[in-house]
Design a protein around this ligand. Structure first.
Ligand code: XIL
Length: 298
Protein backbone atom coordinates (compact mmCIF):
# COMPACT_ATOMS: atom_id res chain seq x y z
CA UNK A 1 0.00 0.00 0.00
CA UNK A 2 1.30 3.46 -0.74
CA UNK A 3 -0.83 5.58 1.57
CA UNK A 4 -1.45 5.31 5.32
CA UNK A 5 -5.17 4.86 4.69
CA UNK A 6 -4.68 1.96 2.32
CA UNK A 7 -2.02 0.41 4.55
CA UNK A 8 -4.28 0.58 7.60
CA UNK A 9 -7.15 -0.92 5.63
CA UNK A 10 -5.05 -4.00 4.93
CA UNK A 11 -5.29 -4.91 8.62
CA UNK A 12 -8.92 -3.82 8.91
CA UNK A 13 -8.06 -0.52 10.54
CA UNK A 14 -8.56 3.10 9.63
CA UNK A 15 -5.98 5.87 9.49
CA UNK A 16 -7.90 9.11 9.82
CA UNK A 17 -7.39 12.84 10.07
CA UNK A 18 -9.07 15.46 12.18
CA UNK A 19 -10.13 18.13 9.72
CA UNK A 20 -11.74 21.52 10.18
CA UNK A 21 -12.41 24.28 7.65
CA UNK A 22 -10.37 24.73 4.45
CA UNK A 23 -12.67 22.60 2.31
CA UNK A 24 -12.18 25.20 -0.44
CA UNK A 25 -8.43 24.49 -0.54
CA UNK A 26 -7.70 21.82 -3.14
CA UNK A 27 -4.42 20.66 -1.62
CA UNK A 28 -6.08 20.23 1.78
CA UNK A 29 -8.99 18.19 0.46
CA UNK A 30 -6.81 16.19 -1.93
CA UNK A 31 -4.33 15.27 0.77
CA UNK A 32 -7.15 14.26 3.11
CA UNK A 33 -9.04 12.11 0.62
CA UNK A 34 -5.92 10.55 -0.95
CA UNK A 35 -3.91 9.69 2.12
CA UNK A 36 -6.54 8.89 4.76
CA UNK A 37 -9.47 6.51 5.05
CA UNK A 38 -11.01 8.12 8.11
CA UNK A 39 -12.04 11.48 9.48
CA UNK A 40 -13.03 13.26 12.65
CA UNK A 41 -14.61 16.71 12.29
CA UNK A 42 -12.22 18.81 14.37
CA UNK A 43 -14.77 21.33 15.65
CA UNK A 44 -17.96 20.99 13.63
CA UNK A 45 -19.74 18.45 15.86
CA UNK A 46 -19.00 20.25 19.12
CA UNK A 47 -21.86 21.67 21.16
CA UNK A 48 -21.04 25.32 20.43
CA UNK A 49 -21.47 24.61 16.72
CA UNK A 50 -24.28 22.05 16.74
CA UNK A 51 -26.54 23.74 19.33
CA UNK A 52 -25.44 27.35 19.80
CA UNK A 53 -28.86 28.23 21.24
CA UNK A 54 -31.10 25.84 23.13
CA UNK A 55 -32.95 23.54 20.77
CA UNK A 56 -31.63 25.30 17.65
CA UNK A 57 -29.45 22.82 15.86
CA UNK A 58 -26.89 23.54 13.18
CA UNK A 59 -25.58 20.48 11.40
CA UNK A 60 -24.47 22.09 8.15
CA UNK A 61 -20.72 22.49 8.86
CA UNK A 62 -20.32 18.85 9.89
CA UNK A 63 -22.63 17.66 7.11
CA UNK A 64 -20.16 19.03 4.58
CA UNK A 65 -17.41 16.87 6.03
CA UNK A 66 -19.62 13.83 6.54
CA UNK A 67 -20.96 13.85 2.99
CA UNK A 68 -17.46 14.00 1.48
CA UNK A 69 -16.29 11.27 3.83
CA UNK A 70 -19.24 9.05 2.94
CA UNK A 71 -18.51 9.51 -0.77
CA UNK A 72 -15.02 8.13 -0.07
CA UNK A 73 -16.31 5.34 2.18
CA UNK A 74 -14.30 6.68 5.10
CA UNK A 75 -14.61 5.69 8.73
CA UNK A 76 -16.13 8.67 10.55
CA UNK A 77 -15.63 9.46 14.24
CA UNK A 78 -18.10 11.74 15.99
CA UNK A 79 -16.51 14.30 18.31
CA UNK A 80 -17.85 15.16 20.86
CA UNK A 81 -21.13 15.23 22.84
CA UNK A 82 -20.41 16.05 26.49
CA UNK A 83 -17.35 18.25 27.05
CA UNK A 84 -16.64 21.27 29.23
CA UNK A 85 -15.01 23.25 26.40
CA UNK A 86 -16.50 24.81 23.27
CA UNK A 87 -19.73 24.73 25.23
CA UNK A 88 -22.22 27.58 24.67
CA UNK A 89 -22.80 29.76 27.70
CA UNK A 90 -26.51 28.96 27.88
CA UNK A 91 -25.60 25.45 29.00
CA UNK A 92 -23.65 26.82 31.94
CA UNK A 93 -26.65 28.85 33.05
CA UNK A 94 -29.07 25.91 33.44
CA UNK A 95 -30.12 24.43 36.76
CA UNK A 96 -29.59 20.71 37.33
CA UNK A 97 -32.98 19.59 36.05
CA UNK A 98 -32.67 21.60 32.86
CA UNK A 99 -29.03 20.66 32.35
CA UNK A 100 -29.93 16.98 32.57
CA UNK A 101 -32.75 17.28 30.02
CA UNK A 102 -30.76 19.57 27.73
CA UNK A 103 -27.84 17.15 27.73
CA UNK A 104 -30.10 14.23 26.93
CA UNK A 105 -31.75 16.24 24.16
CA UNK A 106 -28.37 17.27 22.75
CA UNK A 107 -27.23 13.65 22.61
CA UNK A 108 -30.51 12.56 21.01
CA UNK A 109 -30.58 15.26 18.37
CA UNK A 110 -26.92 15.19 17.37
CA UNK A 111 -26.56 11.42 17.33
CA UNK A 112 -29.97 11.10 15.69
CA UNK A 113 -28.97 13.39 12.84
CA UNK A 114 -26.10 11.09 11.80
CA UNK A 115 -27.65 7.86 12.97
CA UNK A 116 -26.08 4.87 11.26
CA UNK A 117 -23.27 6.95 9.71
CA UNK A 118 -20.74 7.26 12.51
CA UNK A 119 -18.33 4.46 13.40
CA UNK A 120 -17.71 5.70 16.95
CA UNK A 121 -18.74 8.68 19.06
CA UNK A 122 -16.73 10.42 21.75
CA UNK A 123 -19.67 10.55 24.14
CA UNK A 124 -17.74 12.14 27.00
CA UNK A 125 -14.46 14.01 26.54
CA UNK A 126 -11.85 15.00 29.13
CA UNK A 127 -13.84 14.36 32.31
CA UNK A 128 -10.79 13.53 34.45
CA UNK A 129 -7.87 15.55 35.76
CA UNK A 130 -4.25 14.49 36.03
CA UNK A 131 -4.62 13.50 39.67
CA UNK A 132 -7.37 11.03 38.79
CA UNK A 133 -10.21 13.12 40.20
CA UNK A 134 -13.13 14.38 38.19
CA UNK A 135 -12.81 17.69 36.39
CA UNK A 136 -15.18 20.16 38.04
CA UNK A 137 -17.13 20.89 34.86
CA UNK A 138 -20.68 22.19 34.88
CA UNK A 139 -21.82 18.60 34.31
CA UNK A 140 -19.85 17.28 37.27
CA UNK A 141 -20.89 20.10 39.55
CA UNK A 142 -24.60 20.08 38.78
CA UNK A 143 -25.27 16.45 37.86
CA UNK A 144 -22.71 14.68 40.03
CA UNK A 145 -20.60 11.58 39.38
CA UNK A 146 -23.42 9.82 37.54
CA UNK A 147 -23.38 12.19 34.58
CA UNK A 148 -20.93 10.10 32.56
CA UNK A 149 -22.98 6.97 32.92
CA UNK A 150 -26.18 8.88 32.13
CA UNK A 151 -24.59 10.22 28.96
CA UNK A 152 -23.53 6.76 27.79
CA UNK A 153 -26.98 5.30 28.45
CA UNK A 154 -28.63 8.14 26.53
CA UNK A 155 -26.15 7.67 23.69
CA UNK A 156 -26.87 3.95 23.37
CA UNK A 157 -30.59 4.71 23.10
CA UNK A 158 -30.01 7.47 20.54
CA UNK A 159 -28.00 5.27 18.12
CA UNK A 160 -27.71 1.62 19.14
CA UNK A 161 -25.36 0.74 16.25
CA UNK A 162 -22.46 3.12 16.84
CA UNK A 163 -19.58 2.55 19.22
CA UNK A 164 -19.56 4.68 22.34
CA UNK A 165 -16.17 5.99 23.45
CA UNK A 166 -14.69 7.81 26.42
CA UNK A 167 -11.87 10.10 25.17
CA UNK A 168 -9.10 11.92 27.05
CA UNK A 169 -5.52 13.29 26.91
CA UNK A 170 -2.39 12.64 28.98
CA UNK A 171 -3.43 9.01 29.13
CA UNK A 172 -0.46 7.87 27.10
CA UNK A 173 0.91 5.40 29.59
CA UNK A 174 0.05 3.76 32.86
CA UNK A 175 -0.40 6.80 35.08
CA UNK A 176 -2.75 8.20 37.72
CA UNK A 177 -5.16 9.64 35.19
CA UNK A 178 -5.32 6.62 32.89
CA UNK A 179 -5.78 4.38 35.91
CA UNK A 180 -8.77 6.40 37.12
CA UNK A 181 -10.30 6.06 33.65
CA UNK A 182 -9.44 2.36 33.58
CA UNK A 183 -11.26 1.88 36.88
CA UNK A 184 -14.31 3.69 35.52
CA UNK A 185 -14.37 1.59 32.35
CA UNK A 186 -13.96 -1.63 34.33
CA UNK A 187 -16.83 -0.59 36.58
CA UNK A 188 -19.02 0.27 33.56
CA UNK A 189 -18.29 -3.10 31.95
CA UNK A 190 -19.04 -4.92 35.21
CA UNK A 191 -22.35 -3.13 35.70
CA UNK A 192 -23.47 -3.20 32.08
CA UNK A 193 -23.19 0.53 31.48
CA UNK A 194 -22.79 0.78 27.69
CA UNK A 195 -19.23 1.65 26.65
CA UNK A 196 -17.45 0.19 23.63
CA UNK A 197 -14.21 2.07 23.23
CA UNK A 198 -11.65 4.34 24.81
CA UNK A 199 -9.97 7.11 22.85
CA UNK A 200 -6.41 8.13 23.62
CA UNK A 201 -5.88 11.63 22.25
CA UNK A 202 -2.10 11.28 22.27
CA UNK A 203 -1.05 14.90 21.97
CA UNK A 204 2.64 14.09 22.29
CA UNK A 205 6.11 15.56 21.88
CA UNK A 206 9.36 14.16 20.54
CA UNK A 207 10.56 13.55 24.08
CA UNK A 208 7.39 11.81 25.30
CA UNK A 209 8.19 8.61 27.12
CA UNK A 210 6.28 5.77 25.53
CA UNK A 211 7.62 3.09 27.86
CA UNK A 212 4.15 2.02 29.01
CA UNK A 213 2.14 3.24 26.02
CA UNK A 214 1.37 -0.21 24.58
CA UNK A 215 0.86 -1.83 27.99
CA UNK A 216 -1.68 0.85 28.81
CA UNK A 217 -3.65 0.28 25.60
CA UNK A 218 -3.47 -3.45 26.27
CA UNK A 219 -4.96 -3.24 29.76
CA UNK A 220 -7.95 -1.34 28.40
CA UNK A 221 -8.30 -3.79 25.50
CA UNK A 222 -8.30 -6.60 28.04
CA UNK A 223 -11.48 -5.10 29.51
CA UNK A 224 -13.13 -5.94 26.18
CA UNK A 225 -13.30 -2.41 24.78
CA UNK A 226 -11.80 -1.16 21.56
CA UNK A 227 -8.98 1.31 21.87
CA UNK A 228 -8.37 4.06 19.34
CA UNK A 229 -5.70 6.73 18.97
CA UNK A 230 -7.94 9.71 18.40
CA UNK A 231 -5.99 12.99 18.12
CA UNK A 232 -2.37 12.06 17.50
CA UNK A 233 0.15 14.83 16.99
CA UNK A 234 3.80 15.02 18.02
CA UNK A 235 5.58 18.31 18.56
CA UNK A 236 9.07 18.36 17.08
CA UNK A 237 10.72 17.42 13.81
CA UNK A 238 12.93 14.94 12.01
CA UNK A 239 13.80 11.52 13.35
CA UNK A 240 12.84 12.21 16.98
CA UNK A 241 9.33 13.13 15.90
CA UNK A 242 9.17 10.23 13.44
CA UNK A 243 10.24 7.77 16.16
CA UNK A 244 7.30 8.74 18.37
CA UNK A 245 4.88 8.43 15.47
CA UNK A 246 6.34 5.02 14.59
CA UNK A 247 6.12 3.72 18.16
CA UNK A 248 2.51 4.80 18.54
CA UNK A 249 1.65 3.14 15.23
CA UNK A 250 3.44 -0.06 16.21
CA UNK A 251 1.69 -0.12 19.60
CA UNK A 252 -1.72 0.09 17.96
CA UNK A 253 -0.89 -2.59 15.41
CA UNK A 254 0.27 -4.92 18.18
CA UNK A 255 -3.19 -4.85 19.74
CA UNK A 256 -6.02 -6.51 17.86
CA UNK A 257 -8.62 -4.33 19.57
CA UNK A 258 -6.80 -1.16 18.50
CA UNK A 259 -8.95 -0.38 15.48
CA UNK A 260 -7.63 2.92 14.21
CA UNK A 261 -5.40 5.95 14.46
CA UNK A 262 -6.47 9.53 13.82
CA UNK A 263 -3.93 12.33 13.48
CA UNK A 264 -5.18 15.73 14.62
CA UNK A 265 -4.85 17.58 11.35
CA UNK A 266 -3.26 17.25 7.95
CA UNK A 267 -0.73 20.03 7.46
CA UNK A 268 1.43 21.83 10.03
CA UNK A 269 0.08 25.03 8.48
CA UNK A 270 -3.30 24.55 10.19
CA UNK A 271 -2.34 22.62 13.32
CA UNK A 272 -3.89 23.79 16.58
CA UNK A 273 -0.33 23.52 17.98
CA UNK A 274 0.76 26.13 15.51
CA UNK A 275 4.39 26.57 16.53
CA UNK A 276 5.15 22.89 17.01
CA UNK A 277 5.03 21.39 13.48
CA UNK A 278 3.35 18.26 14.93
CA UNK A 279 1.76 16.70 11.83
CA UNK A 280 2.74 14.41 8.94
CA UNK A 281 2.68 17.05 6.18
CA UNK A 282 4.59 20.32 6.31
CA UNK A 283 3.24 23.77 5.50
CA UNK A 284 3.48 23.00 1.78
CA UNK A 285 1.90 19.55 2.05
CA UNK A 286 5.26 17.83 1.59
CA UNK A 287 5.51 14.45 3.32
CA UNK A 288 7.72 14.53 6.40
CA UNK A 289 9.94 11.80 7.78
CA UNK A 290 7.17 10.97 10.25
CA UNK A 291 4.85 10.28 7.32
CA UNK A 292 7.17 7.63 5.89
CA UNK A 293 7.82 6.04 9.29
CA UNK A 294 4.06 5.73 9.87
CA UNK A 295 3.47 4.35 6.38
CA UNK A 296 6.18 1.68 6.76
CA UNK A 297 5.03 0.75 10.26
CA UNK A 298 1.40 0.24 9.24
C1 XIL B 1 -9.12 21.67 19.29
C2 XIL B 1 -9.24 22.08 17.83
O1 XIL B 1 -8.26 21.40 17.07
C3 XIL B 1 -9.07 23.58 17.70
O2 XIL B 1 -9.31 23.99 16.35
C4 XIL B 1 -10.00 24.31 18.64
O3 XIL B 1 -9.72 25.70 18.61
C5 XIL B 1 -9.85 23.80 20.07
O4 XIL B 1 -10.03 22.40 20.08
N1 XIL B 1 -8.79 17.95 22.78
C6 XIL B 1 -9.91 17.70 22.01
C7 XIL B 1 -10.09 18.45 20.74
O5 XIL B 1 -10.69 16.80 22.33
O6 XIL B 1 -11.45 18.71 20.47
C8 XIL B 1 -9.32 19.74 20.72
O7 XIL B 1 -9.42 20.30 19.40
C9 XIL B 1 -7.89 19.52 21.12
C10 XIL B 1 -7.81 18.93 22.51
Amino acid sequence: ANTPGAAAAQTGRYFGAGISGHLDEAAYVNTWTTEFNGVTPGNEMKWSTTEPRRDQFNFAPADEIVSRARDKRMTIRGHTLVWHAQLPSWVNDLDATNLRSATRNHINQVMGHWKGQIYAWDVVNEAFLGDGTRRQSVFQQKLGDGYIEEAFRAARAADPNTKLCYNDFNTDGVNTKSTAIYNMVRDFRNRGVPIDCVGFQSHLSSNSSLSTYQANLQRFADLGVEVQITELDVGGSGSAQADVYRKVTQACLAISRCTGITVWGITDKYSWRDEETPLLFDNNYAKKQAYYDVLYAL
